[in-house]
Ligand binder design. Structure first.
Ligand SMILES: C[S@@+](CC[C@H](N)C(=O)[O-])C[C@H]1O[C@@H](n2cnc3c(N)ncnc32)[C@H](O)[C@@H]1O
Length: 344
């Protein structure tokens, strides 16, 4: 498809992007992309600190390589297109950008890798659910982290339908009708409910007059730290009341309205439908003899949780929206299968 569109570039051309010869069919598009790329890079530069950056859908890696020129920056580019990732590897050997071939998902990075900045450059339109992909990406953000979306069109609802049918025709004419199913026309209100800002608005009067740039630049975030609760991240979603932020993924006590309703219902009906915190006793016995505690006095009536118990429990706890499981005791570590239990 990229070849058919004339969008496959030689290694030498990629090394110079976004500069390209004026006779190139996409010269004007690249000029526009050069400006939006430059705006993003100089914004990041002003942060004046080493950034851990992820570019989702990095293609041949030209923008990742540009961001990797920032002082102390480490950039990871991921793309599902193998030839382009191979090209990025070949061309940008000396940069502090690394490139991963794969389809973006949370498992690629595991629980412990967090990014300061996540960038979608001309790639956001390939994700069917705008809100879904923002939610996923936000889980990989560190404190104060931001998501930036550049070089993607956003439409109002009517325009979105028209553009979708234009794309369908375009891909059919190219002989790749199935591509239309991989290209999505998101409207600007897909950001409603997220803490977001248009850092560049192509529809502002000045930009309309100059008619130079067609794409919005959207920033989502930054995530913030709750005062006095460092380490507890505020989500980048705005609550329906418009006030505080809701849904922090690692915080108990700030939940969705639905969850609050479930808790209220539990109190009203005495039927448990939400259980935010669960305390388990992996091992009833204790090897301490604390004077203020009498748990150890019942050591002979030993009860232990097994991994099998936990695997059954996990299903129920998911339904009950449990967010924290406290392993108490007795002395939890006396349970020989403790680590297996915790892994669930
Ligand atoms: C139009 S290209 C943009 C490439 C690059 N960001 C640039 O600025 O030139 C969009 C890229 O997104 C990639 N992409 C689409 N869905 C993806 C996914 N789920 N995970 C990773 N990459 C994806 C495509 O393979 C494609 O290379």
């Amino acid at each position: 498809m990229r070849q058919k569109e004339g969008r496959f570039y030689t290694d030498e051309q990629v090394s110079r992007l976004p500069e390209i010869e004026p006779i190139h069919p996409y010269f004007h598009e690249w000029q526009m992309r050069a400006r939006s790329g430059k705006r993003l890079v100089s914004y990041l530069q002003k942060k004046n600190k080493p950034l851990n950056i992820l570019e989702i859908g990095c293609g041949n890696g030209w923008l990742s390589a540009k961001m990797a020129e920032l002082d102390g920056a480490l950039v990871t580019g991921i793309d599902t297109n193998k030839p382009e990732i191979e090209q990025a590897h070949r061309v940008f050997t000396n940069s502090s950008a690394r490139f991963i071939y794969g389809t973006f998902n949370l498992d690629t990075f595991g629980k412990f890798i967090k990014f300061d900045v996540i960038v979608f450059a001309a790639s956001f339109q390939y994700f069917p659910s705008a809100r879904g992909i923002i939610d996923e990406a936000a889980k990989l953000l560190d404190e104060g982290g931001e998501i930036h979306i550049i070089d993607t069109h956003f439409y109002d609802t009517e325009q979105a339908k028209l553009s979708a049918s234009r794309s369908k025709k375009y891909y059919a004419n190219m002989g790749v009708a199935e591509m239309a199913g991989h290209y999505f026309h998101h409207s600007l209100n897909c950001f409603d409910g997220f803490d977001h800002k248009a850092l560049f608005n192509p529809k502002s009067w000045l930009n309309r007059v100059t008619k130079k740039d067609a794409f919005y630049w959207i920033r989502i975030g930054p995530t913030q730290t709750l005062p006095g609760r460092e380490g507890f991240k505020k989500a980048i979603k705005v609550s329906p009341t418009g006030g505080d932020l809701e849904g922090a993924d690692n915080m108990v006590g700030r939940q969705s309205l639905y969850h609050t309703f479930k808790r209220y219902n539990t109190l009203r009906t005495h039927r448990i439908s939400a259980l935010p915190i669960v305390i388990l006793m992996p091992h009833s016995a204790c090897n301490c003899r604390c004077v203020m505690c009498d748990i150890w006095k019942d050591n002979k009536n030993l009860k232990q949780i097994t991994p099998d118990d936990i695997s059954k429990l996990v299903r129920s706890l998911k339904k009950l929206d449990t967010q924290r499981v406290l392993m108490s005791g007795g002395e939890a570590l006396l349970n020989k299968k403790f680590l297996v239990c915790v892994r669930y």
